[in-house]
Each structure stands twice: as structure tokens, then as C-alpha cells.
Design a protein around this ligand. Sequence first.
Ligand code: CDP
Length: 223
Amino acid sequence: MMQISIDGPAGAGKSTVSKELASRLNIIYIDTGAMYRALTWKAYNSKISVEDEDSLTDLAKSTEISFITNPAGQRIFCDGIDITEVIRDPIINDLVAKVAYHPRVREIMVRKQKDYSIDRSIIMDGRDIGELVLPHADFKFFLTASIDVRSNRRYQEMTAKGYEVDLLSLKEMISVRDNWDSTRSVGALKILDDSIVIDTSDLSEEEVLEKMIRIIKEGSRAL
Ligand code: CDP
């Protein structure tokens, strides 16, 4: 069994790399950011305020989030509804870190995430995976990149999907979100003592993958 956590700030390349790594290692991948996005999408549609921790916690408890992986990619479902695309909307980008800020909401989400990982090989990406969800992971990666590179990547992604976004405001929004994510009391984004930090600013996706696979191969021999 092999468990790998991949944490890091927005736009560091976590989900692209995690997906590909999981497929090469032939193990399951769970995008925990998508789970917080799913909850945020439901809260937004239910007109629940991002400040209302009680209602958000109840919502987290009663919401069923699931993933289906097929050759065409991974889809995420919220109470049976396919929400893969809608959770990438700018409005969700804007609200998600505020929903994820609440300790009791996180407690429920972390429990759901731990349930996915029981007794199976898995790669999970997020913010607090190495610290709280998979504290005993075999490899704990922390992917990062400069704010300019991260905002540029996100800009390309969003425009390719047809969203009209402005690079400067995107950069501002990512910085604000990073700040929410790094300063909360529970599950804050941080480098751990056992994190393997990779700065992806000047690396292609393939170079990042090669680096990670080399580390995993060398580390597995030592395990
Ligand atoms: O893809 P991107 O890096 O923009 O974000 P994401 O991984 O989809 O995560 C969206 C948001 O969910 C983050 O900004 C965090 O506020 C929250 N999140 C979290 O709090 N803990 C996690 N394990 C994963 C995501």
C-alpha cells in the first residue's frame, strides 16, 4: 500500500500532477479541493452565508460527495449531481476559502477524506493532507511556485474554459485565498518537517512528475 499527500497553494500544479501521478502508479486520486468546492457550491445555491458555521457544518454532514473515475477523466458528484464543471466557476473560487475556514466544517470534511483512504493506496491533494488527512503518508509533497507563475497558469486555465478573467484581479484573488488558507486555526497550509518541497515555477509538468517519481522510487527502496 502506498499513500501520498500533495499540498500547496492555488495554481502550484497539484491537481494536474496528482492526476497523472495516480494514473502512472495505477492508484486512486482524490481532489479534496473539489470537495470543499462542492460544499461551497451547495451552500451558495442554498443561500447559506459563508460566515454561518453552524449551517455549513450541518450541510457538510448531510451532503454526499463522490467521485467517479473513467478513462475520460474524473467526475465529482454532489448528492448525485455531476458538478465537475460548475465548481470551477469564479464565484466558487471567491467563496471556497471562506467556507473551508471554519474548524467544524473542516472536521467533517477531513473525516470524509480519511474514510476514502482507509486501507487503500491513494494520492490526495489539498492543503492539510500531510498534516491531518494522511499524517502517516509514505510521501508528503509540497508543491509551490511564484505568485506570478501561479496566476498565469490559472489565467490560461480559466480563459481556455471560456471565462473572461483579468490577470491582475486573478492574482489578487489568489493572494487573498492563499492568505485565508495559510492563517486559519485548523488545517492551515504549511510546510511540514517531513514535507518534500518542489518549486514548480521553472519546471514543466513532465519535469515535476519525473522528480516525484524518482523520489518515490528511491524512497520506496528505503521503506
Ligand atoms: O485548484 P486550486 O488550488 O485553486 O484550489 P483547490 O485545490 O480546488 O482548493 C480550493 C480551496 O479549498 C482552497 O483554496 C482551500 O480554501 C480549500 N481546501 C482546503 O481548505 N483544504 C483542502 N484539503 C483542500 C482545499
